[in-house]
Design a protein around this ligand. Sequence first.
Ligand code: SF4
Length: 305
Amino acid sequence: MNATTAKAAEKAVKKAASAKTAGVKTAAAKVSPAKTSPVRKTAVTPPGGESPTALVRRARRINRELAEVYPYAHPELDFENPFQLLVATVLSAQTTDLRVNQTTPALFAGYPTPEDLAAANPEVIEEILRPCGFFRAKTRSVIGLSEALVENFGGEVPGRLEDLVTLPGVGRKTAFVVLGNAFGRPGITVDTHFQRLVRRWQWTAETDPDKIEAAVGALFPKSDWTDLSHHVIWHGRRICHARKPACGACPIAPLCPAYGEGETDPEKAKKLLKYEKGGFPGQRLKPPQSYLDAGGRPAPPLGAA
Ligand code: SF4
């Protein structure tokens, strides 16, 4: 890879990493949940003549409906601590969460801490990360962020947005994934699915991710932000696809102004649904105990009934 290509790849990795999905339940709450992530507030102007109150009601109803459809929605990356989630989220750029989950066990077995990864031989890490694609750029990112964690944060993942975004390969959206799921701090993850769906639902007409984050944040209490992100992203991955949304099989069709943008025939729409890919639930290979039912079985995947 020449210098220009490498630079472009690194840029793509950083951009896509920060656009990746949201998280699970809290894994390691080191920061008080009472402290919230700094999300800019903005006044909401509903499109299409809907009153602000009606928009809030419809938005919250959609979130409630999606919570019933995806009761186990969570980040689909396996992780056991904030460092693992941070690295896994960076690795998830331009690949599937399942691929990352298949790769990270070997990485974390050999390099469990930022100190270990900061001191690693890049060529060895490249070989481990090869299946994830962009493996040279991703190697630079994970070693670079590990070095920064050691040098600037005592080897600990910081629990503040402004600190996280100083790490190599970590953007605002990646930071919110980590804050929301490893620190229990509410955050809205505006990835590509989130942007597409909230515009289809006419929650906002904004196109800038930061403005979308602010507009949607104003529709919900902060305590809903992290789970809302999971619900929206899961719906985008499974039903409301970019090119062929399965409107005829969509549980929130009556609430959606974009109904009809995709296939409305129920039988044809069913064939468009995308189900779980790897472990249970979702793409995780090691679901935390909290996602298992009383009998120790995974929650049933979407469409299993
Ligand atoms: S009705 Fe269609 S466009 Fe609307 S949320 Fe469902 S799948 Fe997406």
